[in-house]
Write a protein that binds this ligand. Structure first.
Ligand code: C2E
Ligand code: MG
Ligand code: MG
Ligand code: MG
Length: 279
């Protein structure tokens, strides 16, 4: 109960806030046990070459099937995992699992793994990458770490040092959701990203029929090219979007049009099928 019970509106407002806090507390309790209970799994979404549409990579996307709450969206539990630092052990599991899965794919296919700022600030992060690569036998060049601009908000120099170490191993680093955060161009000078991922809000639906959005994507592509970085357009859902994106010069495309996130088993089947076709 709030100490301030003066305003009538509090009676409408307070219970829902309380319910939200309670829901969050319950989620957090379950999240603490989720790793031990084997409740996480990874889905993999194809990233294709914008020109010939062959699969060049998969992005690993974590899924939580909670015995208490059912399926919980990453949009909900990743922020909670970050606040509670549970993302550190969860992220470590994701990294290992993703590298093991990628080892089953053709040599030219990469794996993209999302990493939160909290993970990068752990002194152990580079070691975890080394261990995930060693345990799976995956070549470092096949792993691309995805970070968002939020890594530059606090302790930027620590995060940068960690990413530079990972790059020194031979791994790539992608800048995810570009255009939605602070998008200070200074970041691009500080780290030699392998890829800039153009956020879906510039790509989807109305955006591709909007001259301003197109101009921004064109500019990001030009900038990336002159910095020797590749570009991936996220969230491509239609053929029209795919065509426009290719015309704008994006190197790679990811989105429901080319494939939804799928199980490891289904990802593997795609290769087996195409090998059969070419045999
Ligand atoms: P993200 O890294 O930007 O991943 C792309 C998200 O866009 C995924 O959502 C994917 O399912 C969705 N997406 C892909 N194509 C399309 C499309 O054509 N249309 C639409 N509307 N959406 C599309 P998802 O899987 O729900 O993940 C949401 C976010 O959660 C991710 O955004 C990432 O920031 C975070 N996340 C997911 N897995 C991990 C993880 O293992 N570790 C960390 N730290 N974060 C993760
Ligand atoms: Mg990502
Ligand atoms: Mg993204
Ligand atoms: Mg995101």
């Amino acid at each position: 109960r709030s100490k301030d019970e003066g305003g009538g509106e509090h009676f409408v407002y307070e219970p829902s806030l309380h319910a939200l806090a309670e829901e969050r507390r319950q989620l957090e309790l379950s999240l603490r046990d989720a790793l031990n209970n084997d409740e996480f799994l990874l889905h993999y979404q194809p990233v294709v070459d914008a020109n010939d549409h062959t699969i060049v990579s998969f992005e690993a996307l974590v899924r939580w099937q909670s015995k208490d709450h059912g399926f919980v969206s990453p949009a909900k539990f990743i922020p909670l995992a970050e606040d509670t630092r549970l993302i550190v052990p969860i992220g470590k599991w994701v990294l290992r699992q993703a590298c093991m899965e990628a080892r089953k794919w053709p040599e030219h296919v990469k794996i993209n793994v999302n990493v939160s700022p909290e993970q990068l600030l752990e002194p152990d992060f580079t070691n975890e990458v080394v261990e995930a690569l060693a345990a799976s036998g995956l070549r470092p060049e096949r792993l691309e770490i995805e970070v968002t601009e939020s890594i530059f908000l606090r302790d930027a120099s620590i995060a940068r040092a960690a990413l530079e170490q990972v790059m020194a191993l031979g791994c790539g680093v992608a800048l995810d959701d570009f255009g939605t955060g602070y998008s200070s161009l200074g970041y691009l000078r500080k780290l030699r990203f392998s890829t800039i991922k153009v956020d879906k809000t510039f790509v989807q639906g109305a955006a591709v029929r909007n001259a301003e959005s197109l101009a921004i994507v064109r500019a990001v592509v030009a900038m990336a090219q002159s910095l020797d970085m590749t570009t991936t357009a996220e969230g491509v859902e239609t053929e029209e979007e795919a065509q426009l994106i290719r015309q704008l010069g994006c190197d790679k495309i990811q989105g429901f049009y080319f494939g939804r996130p799928m199980t490891g088993e289904d990802a593997l089947k795609l290769f087996v099928q195409s090998m059969r076709r070419s045999a």
